[in-house]
Design a protein around this ligand. Sequence first.
Ligand code: HEM
Ligand SMILES: N[C@@H](CC(=O)c1ccccc1NC=O)C(=O)O
Length: 279
Amino acid sequence: MSDKPYDPSAEGAQMSFRGRMSYGDYLRLDKVLDAQEPLSAAHDEMLFIIQHQTSELWMKLALHELRSAIACVRRGEVRPCFKMLTRVARIFEQLNSAWDVLRTMTPSEYTEFRDSLGQSSGFQSWQYRAIEFLAGNRNLAMLGPHNHRPDVVAKLEEILSQPSLYDEAILLLGRSGFDIGADGRRTDWRETRTESEAVLEAWRAVYHEPNRYWELYELAEKLVDFEDYFRRWRFNHVTTVERVIGLKRGTGGTGGVSYLKRMLEVELFPELWKVRTRL
Ligand code: HEM
Ligand SMILES: N[C@@H](CC(=O)c1ccccc1NC=O)C(=O)O
């Protein structure tokens, strides 16, 4: 064996990128890696920033997948949508594992830089709100923190002007011959839909005969899977928050843990959970 360090250029590895697109060029890494600017001298602020930035990147992908999934259900092409919804669930699984990294930060370490955060908070994450709105949880009060950003409000309003993922699934039930009651007569997608006995009954019929309604059944289970992972994200969040700030108020102005616990009760696809009791 030779002592000389191995040189991959010997087998053709490209070493000269003058005038050629490189890894960093393609991924715009100068931009991405230049976007971490801690406001304090605290060691853990870098962890906090990167944890949020990576979460926002994963949310960007989740939005991309959810938008396409909605379009597929609208066209009645549910099979490609299954893959996208599986991916969204996996993204949330990824975000769930990421809490383990953040949990290495102790309350004292967070206190070192918490004041630097001012009144900023994840409560103002427009991508998180866009995911909720696209899925079907539409609370117009959540537009409030974005009033100073007309471009963000426009993006969220665009989402609200169209049926959500769950609305589209229900409309598909209707097109498949089921009675979907008031959901079949909706024209304003901004208003929160009310749970309905007709929709619950339609899902019951689907779950009663999975083989007969295989695609609707599979779609319903993909939705439940997504909500399952989403709920775990909320639970991990509130548990991490309690571990780090106890019962202090949030920088965003809410009660903190009390607010987040309340959010644990929000259901994205209520009839899909209720149907289980009827089977
Ligand atoms: C030490 C870590 C964290 C603490 C102490 C914390 C604390 C809080 C608190 C207290 C709230 C309630 C709103 C408020 O009054 O501020 C909140 C909301 C929120 N946080 Fe965090 N958070 C942490 C990490 C994260 C991470 C890593 C994310 C990922 C993006 C995140 C995303 C959110 C979102 C989206 C909301 C709004 C939830 C809703 O309205 O349902 N947080 N957080
Ligand atoms: N709401 C948090 C602050 C916080 O976590 C935060 C602040 C700025 C950017 C993202 C944040 N993460 C989630 O809420 C707190 O009350 O300590």
